[in-house]
Ligand binder design. Structure first.
Ligand code: CU
Length: 174
């Protein structure tokens, strides 16, 4: 009997640290969905000019995770949305679709803006009016799709207030 009792004691002592450690481990494993690796902020759009069939949208992306790329976008207005790059070539401003996406460096902030990469809303059947919300779905090479709401701001207005006025710096000349 003594042997069994000591064996039981030994088992209990061995089991004790495990039992104590369990609740801590359970707490450490958050069952909730992980926070998205990429955050969007300051999403805005512009009202369309009378009869205009194309709109634009801009936003700031903060990539908390590993290096990624913004590779596509969908919008709830118009027939299709594209990622465009505005650039000045030989003194002439022009824009073209970005086929390989926009680089989002790890830990970096990239701002889509009128003079750089932007979201083009094409084939609009209704004008975009001030105060309207445009719902965008951003698609990335690695990260999960991200739903973003862009507010149509009055002409001349930009989301200057509230921080996030970071330089994009993603596209150097040449
Ligand atoms: Cu464009």
């Amino acid at each position: 009997m003594a042997r069994i009792r000591s064996l039981l004691t030994a088992l209990m002592i061995a089991a004790l640290p495990v039992a104590v450690a369990m609740p801590g481990r359970a707490l450490a494993q958050d069952p909730g969905t992980p926070a998205p690796a990429i955050e969007a902020s300051a999403a805005w759009s512009r009202p369309t000019i009378r009869g205009g069939r194309a709109g634009v949208a801009f936003l700031t992306l903060y990539n908390k995770g590993a290096a990624d790329r913004l590779v596509g976008v969908e919008a709830d207005v118009g027939k299709m949305a594209q990622i465009h790059l505005a650039e000045v070539v030989d003194g002439i401003a022009r824009m073209r679709p970005v086929v390989d996406g926009v680089a989002l460096p790890a830990g970096g902030t990239v701002t889509l803006k009128p003079e750089g990469a932007h979201i083009m809303l094409m084939g609009l059947t209704q004008p975009l009016v001030v105060g309207q919300r445009v719902h965008l779905t951003l698609r990335f090479k690695a990260a999960a799709p991200l739903a973003v709401e862009a507010t149509v701001l009055a002409p001349g207005a930009e989301p200057g207030m509230g921080g996030g006025a970071t330089q994009g710096g993603g596209h150097g000349p040449g």
